[in-house]
Design a protein around this ligand. Structure first.
Ligand SMILES: [Zn+2]
Length: 611
């Protein structure tokens, strides 16, 4: 018997079988039963979520003569015709390869003829946004007044490229990306039906790799099944899909936390020996770091992170000696590495040297004393400010920056420490504090210098309105790796909810649970943070946004986190008295803040302060 790919064999045949798109199935079913069927539909959503499958189901449902208006019977001539692969009443074209006016004219000509078997002739145009302007115009007339037996179904991954004239003449349905849970549950069902022995971890790996696409999930499932047969273990799935096992990430993070560069290199060796390529290794490690950070910040469950309870537990105790700031810096080095890997002629060296930088994190410049010197007397910082304002560039007579730079800066910047302030122009620095440990001494700081070349977010819409809520954890993660600590942490643990998709400005709601009331308070009392968040969201969506904040009342038994007291030095930081001066002196920008672990290892660099 010929082998039928799982993706084909288990393709849904009715709206009931569709996973994750219940909202669409319900609306269409209501329209069919209520006799209010539109003649043109637009199915939009990311790839592999069931748009063309739904188009075929709709065609079957409308044409089935089996008697049940919602369940194609599979037996009648029309059902058999459509299932046969080359149906007479369903005409599918791919606009990606049929973009021109002539293609559309050919298609429109066929609308004149009545259907051969069923009641409707269904025209499916896939990737409709690829049509030329002329082709869209040719469509308009028929779309306005189609023959009664004609149904149009347009599918697209990029609805923003579909002209408004078309959008206003179709009924639009937005397909959601599938959650890992939905994919796992469908795969589990298929395994049961097929008698395939597997474990939740194996299906979890497939679902994660599929990234919201059911079609991809089934393709990977097929790939794994071809390799493992009826006994599909997590290990086999890892190996056949080239996905690095989690043990590699645990070893890597532990090695970084223990400043064990040799250990880092051994992980690279291991990855190479089991055939894992660098790109998936780094992608996987980035996800791993993200999960570690989220767990550290607290209030996020294993389910919300789409990981197993066992992995969650292991992550909680992994690399406990790394601070939040360290993790953020690892994340920063990692994203830089991912960006430059593609263009590298020697990827292995690049990966290893970046891992070495991560493992050297503790060798950060300790500038507490330098900062303390400025912090101690307001007059000192006022003076510095004055001097900076007096001249356009930092005055060479200002001795603080030069001494600041005599520490082992080369661990952060590859160039030798500059000799005077002029040479650190355009450098960025961070003063980091650790959220988990509470502030101690007022002067307990570290400052990190480095170049921050990338803007926080690229221009142009990066998400659709329909994606933005799903992408929220990712957006928070970016804020964590790129933004000032207070602002980013006030977002942690929140979720994003949306109002009417058509409304302008687009209504969005940041939702906090009572356990994370701290973030809510920070956000609602701080106009600057609210503006900043609106800017970020509007940049990502390229549309006006109306933002609200909601705090969900505590569940019975939920443990509340008290508002974190803000120490004197933190409020100083907030007011940017000291930072403002430093930023001006170095003509640089603030990246993040962190409290130092060390009690007193200040250098003597500031003994001869001019002030
Ligand atoms: Zn039928």
């Amino acid at each position: 018997m010929a082998y039928i790919a799982m993706a084909r064999k288990w393709r849904p045949n009715s709206f009931q079988d569709m996973v994750g798109q219940e909202h669409i199935a319900k609306t269409i079913e209501n329209a069919i039963t209520g006799g209010r069927l539109h003649h043109a539909f637009l199915f939009t959503g990311t790839r592999g979520v069931g748009k063309t499958t739904s188009a075929r189901i709709l065609a079957r449902t409308l044409n089935c003569t089996g008697g049940n208006p919602l369940h194609p019977c599979g037996e009648c001539p029309s059902c058999k015709d459509i299932a046969g692969g080359n149906p007479m009443d369903v005409i599918e074209i791919d606009a990606a390869s049929n973009t021109g006016v002539d293609n559309i004219r050919d298609l429109l000509e066929q609308t004149q003829y009545t259907p051969m078997i069923g009641k409707y002739k269904v025209f499916v145009i896939d990737e409709v946004h690829m049509l030329s302007k002329g082709a869209f115009n040719a469509l308009l007339k028929t779309l306005e007044e189609p023959p009664p037996h004609v149904i149009f179904i347009f599918a697209t991954t990029e609805v923003n490229k579909v002209p408004q004239t078309i959008l206003s003449r179709v009924q639009r349905f937005d397909f959601k990306r599938l959650t890992s849970k939905q994919i796992i549950s469908r795969l589990h069902y298929i395994c049961e039906q097929e008698g395939i022995k597997t474990d939740p971890e194996a299906l979890g790996i497939l679902a994660e790799k599929a990234d919201g696409s059911m079609r991809d999930a089934l393709t990977f499932f097929d790939q794994a099944y071809a390799f493992t047969g009826n006994d599909m273990s997590a290990e086999a799935v890892h190996s056949v899909l080239g996905i690095p096992p989690n043990e590699l990430f645990f070893s890597l993070l532990e090695s970084i936390a223990n400043h064990d560069i040799k250990g880092c290199f051994e992980v690279v060796d291991k990855a190479c020996s089991i055939g894992v390529e660098f790109a998936p290794l780094l992608d996987g490690f980035a996800k791993f770091i993200r999960n570690r950070l989220y767990i550290r910040v607290g209030g996020i469950t294993a389910e919300e992170l789409n990981i197993s309870d066992a992995l969650y537990g292991k992550l909680q105790s992994c690399a406990a000696n790394l601070s939040n700031g360290d993790l953020l810096r690892v994340a920063k080095i990692l994203t830089d590495l991912q960006g430059s890997l593609r263009h590298s002629t020697n990827p292995r060296l690049l990966v290893e040297s970046s891992l070495a930088r991560m493992a050297w994190l503790d060798h950060l410049t300790d500038l507490r004393k330098a900062l303390a010197a400025i912090n101690d007397t307001t007059s000192a910082s006022e003076q510095s400010k004055k001097k900076v304002t007096e001249s356009a560039v930092p005055s060479p007579t200002l001795k603080t920056p030069p001494q600041v730079t005599q520490d082992p800066l080369e661990t952060i910047a590859p160039t030798p420490a500059p000799e005077n302030a002029m040479e650190v122009l355009n450098a960025s620095f961070a003063i980091d504090f650790d959220l988990n440990e509470g502030p101690t001494s007022k002067n307990d700081f570290a400052i990190e210098f480095g170049n921050q070349e990338n803007n926080i977010f690229e221009t142009g819409p990066r998400y659709t309105r329909y994606d933005i809520c799903n992408a929220w954890p990712e957006i928070i993660r970016e804020c964590f790796s790129q933004e000032v600590g207070f602002f980013a942490t006030s977002l942690s643990g929140s979720s994003l909810d949306h109002g009417d998709f058509q409304a302008n400005p687009f209504p969005l709601k940041v939702v906090y649970r009572a356990a994370l009331a701290w973030g809510y308070e920070q956000m609602t009392k701080n106009k600057d943070y609210q503006d900043r968040l609106i800017n970020i969201l509007e940049d990502l969506l390229q549309t006006k946004v109306a933002l609200q904040y909601t705090l969900i009342a505590p569940q019975p038994g939920e443990k509340l986190v008290e508002s974190r007291p803000v120490s004197a030095w933190e409020s100083d930081l907030e007011n940017e008295l000291i930072l403002g001066t430093l930023v001006e002196m170095f003509q640089t920008e603030l990246i993040s803040t962190r409290k130092l672990h060390r009690s007193n290892t200040a250098t003597e660099s500031c003994e001869d302060e001019p002030e």
